[in-house]
Design a protein around this ligand. Structure first.
Ligand code: NAG
Ligand code: NAG
Ligand code: NAG
Length: 369
């Protein structure tokens, strides 16, 4: 009974890590469970050997490296670049351009925030303004004007760095009706004369014929879409303590093999467990981290239960009853009482980089429950 307490992620990962000795069916089941936990329908296909390395946008890397919090209620960040189309030729100027982002997200994800990130041009002078429009209906030459809806208006002053504009309502509209995604119109105007064209834009909206691929990819506009998936939404809305969820999950899963019986005589505590994604065979689609410290909880919950074992009143009573009559009830169980999340960067099926926060991936504290 005392081994019956492990969080699901760790169980599945351990099963996969020990993969060599596992039957194929068991391994497949463990992988499937883990993918479901990560909210993925299937394992992203390995990249073709000659396919170009996926691009990891700087904004995405930064988000991962700085562990910056995602916008409220979001647990996923996806990035998209402009998809070039024949329409691009109609916008020959540097101050007016249509951006088309072909965004797709899994059905259970809801958009919570969307930013278009532009890179500043070094050495720009004067004041300019960026106007971002959702193209609700494209114009037809000589017949009708386009219907545009202003999404954001951002002042640009000389300086380096990035500029972000809000495109959430457009992104929501495109997700609902992708057939009416006609892109965004970006206009740059002089701040003191909104009708004049700018000669030297503060930001780059379109590629010049002379731009090298690397050069352009560093400055081109990027759409960062922040979403919340159904698992995160359920967890947030129910406000249910994550620990109760975990504990129930562990109990439902029942007994684990007692192969660590000897160690289990030691007192309940957190023990090291490093999960290496290369061992799991996932290093080809998980961009970062290469692995992480998951830890696990194991050990005895002896009578009388001391304070540092983080026991509940119930665990104290159960331990007491067990000490009187071991046949009546088992001892309390050593389980995670505090867990923390990790972030992962991975490639989705169309080779876009996704950042997701996964809750309850790492044990912070253990206790007897
Ligand atoms: C958008 O992407 C999907 C697949 O991700 C593709 O099937 C579709 O043709 C693309 N649409 C456009 C307009 O590029
Ligand atoms: C704004 O610019 C336009 C065209 O460049 C010019 O005709 C107009 O006189 C300018 N208006 C002001 C107020 O400077
Ligand atoms: C009890 O919980 C605290 C906080 O989560 C943790 O620091 C401590 O290590 C836990 N006790 C054990 C035995 O793990």
């Amino acid at each position: 009974m005392r081994g019956a307490c492990a969080c699901a992620v760790v169980c599945a990962l351990v099963a996969l890590c020990a993969g060599a000795g596992l039957e194929e069916a068991t391994r497949a089941a463990a992988e499937k469970q883990l993918l479901a936990l990560l909210g993925l329908p299937r394992r992203p296909a390995p990249r073709e050997p000659r396919a170009p390395a996926p691009r990891l946008p700087r904004a995405m890397r930064l988000l991962y490296d700085t562990r910056a919090p995602l916008p409220a209620a979001a647990n996923t960040a996806r990035s998209f670049y402009h998809t070039p189309t024949v329409l691009d030729q109609r916008f020959p100027h540097q101050h007016r351009f249509r951006l088309f982002f072909n965004i797709t997200v899994p059905e259970d994800e809801v958009a919570r925030s969307a930013d278009i990130i532009f890179q500043r041009t070094v050495g720009a002078t004067g004041g300019q303004r960026l106007l971002l429009y959702d193209v609700v209906r494209p114009g037809r030459k000589g017949k009708s004007e386009p219907i545009l809806r202003l999404l954001d208006s951002v002042p640009l002053r000389p300086g380096e760095g990035t500029v972000t504009a809000d495109a959430l309502s457009a992104a929501r509209r495109w997700l609902k009706e992708p057939q009416h995604n006609h892109g965004l119109l970006v206009k740059l105007v002089e701040e003191d004369n909104l009708s004049s064209k700018v000669q030297f834009p503060h930001i780059r909206v379109r590629r010049r014929a002379t731009d090298e691929e690397d050069e352009w990819s560093a400055v081109q506009p990027l759409l960062m879409l922040y979403t919340e998936d159904s698992r995160a939404r359920v967890a947030r809305e129910s406000g249910e303590s994550r620990l109760t969820r975990n504990k129930r999950g562990a109990q439902r899963r029942g007994h684990r093999p007692h192969h660590r019986r000897k160690e289990a005589r030691e007192i309940c505590q957190r023990r090291p467990l490093f999960v290496d994604f290369a061992d799991v065979g996932w290093s080809d689609w998980i961009v970062a981290p290469h692995g992480y410290d998951a830890y696990y909880c194991q050990g005895d919950c002896p009578f009388p239960l001391s304070d540092h074992l983080n026991g509940t009143n119930h665990a104290i009573v159960q331990t007491l009853v067990n000490s009187v009559n071991p046949a009546a009830v088992p001892k309390a169980c050593c389980v995670p009482t505090q867990l923390s999340s990790i972030s992962m960067l991975y490639m989705d099926e169309v080779n876009n980089v996704v950042l997701k926060n996964y809750q309850d991936m790492m044990v912070v504290g253990c206790g007897c429950r």
